[in-house]
Design a protein around this ligand. Structure first.
Ligand SMILES: C[S@@+](CC[C@H](N)C(=O)[O-])C[C@H]1O[C@@H](n2cnc3c(N)ncnc32)[C@H](O)[C@@H]1O
Length: 448
């Protein structure tokens, strides 16, 4: 009986590994994102075990691939890329899993069958056994685990922080919560965490809750009741910046959140505005109908969707009809970007991002700024942000934009985490609780 259980466990493990390999092929060979997999090939991420294997193999892809190549007598044929994925998954487990090495190798060998390649059992066994016998050759270093262009760019732009940054993007990201203050106070919510024995710390600057160990959000107390949202710490400063820099005289402010989905900053702002102003109007715009729909669903859980103070709009914010002229006290552009500050959360970015895309992002970011600036009142403020660490998407965007608009006055920012840049404020993932994130604040001068 015990033997039967073991057999079925082994066959489940082999099946899971094969599904992960099929998913990895999509990412590595077809350039699909992990979000795409979640939506279109969800069996590759179905269980915590799938996700560990998938995220781990993607996170350490470059160093694992290098190591595998040292043990293969000749490169695998194009039609056997699935076997390369299988070796990646096996190598990841040999280095990072607590499972016994022999079980890891056996499971990988057994996965040849569900992959339809039983003939490859000997090959997989041979390569992984050789790796297992040479643990000191597990040579993954933060530098080798990156494409060369990324190492170069980080070392050019952050000469003093290169090692810390490269090390940081290999780590797992913390899970951070925002308390929905329209439902419960942070103090009362923390009581629930304590009675549920869920360890956490409070990040003093933003009053965010950092969980000691990530866990499925739906298993947290008060989740279904909308008492909390998952929101990265650096993103939680947006609402504070907006409230602290609200144009004087704005008693019922009008705000335009140009790229709002999935609504993290939108709902946080709404919660804070509700506590401060008798009324406000917040337009949540996004060009993706699917993401806007997801935003609405999140709003339902938080209890905000039927609130007439939030209006959704589905337009391309760089198109002329997205915003009417001179109406808004505040415009927020949480711009689409490379996501380079979130690599530890989205490890596929490191594989998929191409250096030339960064310049393309800059053009799109400038188009958003140029168009939406028209919608801002004189004396109004524009908050620009990205989750990028590259100056091309941050300081250089603001520098170009401010150079073209004499009425654009870049305001100094001072936040509790991160450092000032020439035109804004940069947070880095080497600070353990934040992602890489950039803010810049621009005020539109009153005409004289
Ligand atoms: C970084 S995400 C925004 C995150 C969001 N502000 C939050 O706090 O949850 C960028 C968003 O910009 C949207 N987007 C990209 N280009 C856009 C455009 N030209 N106009 C409007 N939305 C755009 C994307 O669909 C995506 O939802």
């Amino acid at each position: 009986m015990a033997g039967q259980n073991l057999d079925s466990q082994n066959s489940d493990d082999a099946q899971i590994i094969a599904q992960v390999c099929k998913g990895l092929e999509q990412v590595v060979l077809k350039g699909r994102t992990l979000d795409w997999l979640r939506a279109k090939q969800s069996n590759a991420l179905a269980t915590p075990q799938h996700r560990d294997l998938m995220f781990g193999s993607v996170r350490y892809f470059f160093s694992l691939k290098q190591q595998i190549s040292e043990y293969l007598a000749k490169p695998l044929r194009n039609k056997d890329h699935d076997l390369e994925m299988l070796l990646l998954v096996g190598a990841y487990q040999l280095q990072f899993s607590r499972r016994p090495a022999h079980a890891i190798v056996n499971n990988a060998v057994n996965a040849c069958r569900p992959l339809g390649k039983p003939w490859a059992r000997g090959l997989i066994n041979g390569v992984l056994r050789k790796m297992q016998r040479n643990p000191d050759k597990f040579s993954g270093s933060a530098t080798t685990n990156n494409p060369e262009w990324l190492v170069q760019k980080i070392s050019q732009q952050y000469p003093n922080d290169t090692d810390a940054l490269l090390h940081a993007i290999d780590q797992r990201a913390p899970m951070v919560l925002r308390v929905n203050t329209s439902k419960i106070s942070p103090e009362d919510y923390c009581l629930q965490l304590r009675s549920g024995d869920i360890p956490y710390t409070i990040s003093a600057p933003a009053k965010a809750i950092v969980l000691a160990t990530p866990q499925p959000a739906s298993s947290l107390p008060g989740w279904a009741e909308g008492q909390i949202a998952v929101q990265e710490l650096s993103a939680q400063f947006a609402a504070t910046i907006v409230l602290q820099n609200m144009p004087s005289g704005a008693h019922a402010p009008k705000l335009f959140d140009a790229c709002c989905a999935p609504g993290g900053k939108l709902y946080q702002l709404h919660e804070q505005l509700s506590g401060r102003f008798p009324s406000h109007q917040l337009v949540g715009n996004d060009k993706s109908p699917t993401r806007l729909e997801e935003t609405r669903k999140i709003g339902q859980r938080l209890g905000h969707t039927d609130d007439s103070r939030i209006v959704f709009q589905n337009t391309d914010a760089s198109a002329a009809d997205a915003i009417s002229g001179g109406n808004y006290d505040v415009v927020i552009i949480d711009a689409p970007c490379s996501g380079s500050g979130t690599i530890r959360r989205n490890p596929d970015i490191r594989l998929l991002l191409q250096p030339e895309q960064i310049q393309e992002q800059q053009s799109a970011q400038l188009a958003l700024l140029r168009n939406l600036w028209r919608g801002l009142k004189q004396g109004g403020t524009l908050l620009y942000s990205t989750c990028s660490v590259f100056e091309e998407e941050n300081d250089r965007v603001i520098e170009k934009f401010a150079g073209e608009h004499t009425e654009a006055h870049v305001q100094p920012l001072q936040l509790p985490l991160g450092t000032a840049t020439r035109f804004g404020w940069q947070m880095l993932p080497s600070e353990p609780t934040t992602d890489g994130f950039f803010y810049a604040l621009i005020r539109k001068a009153q005409s004289s």
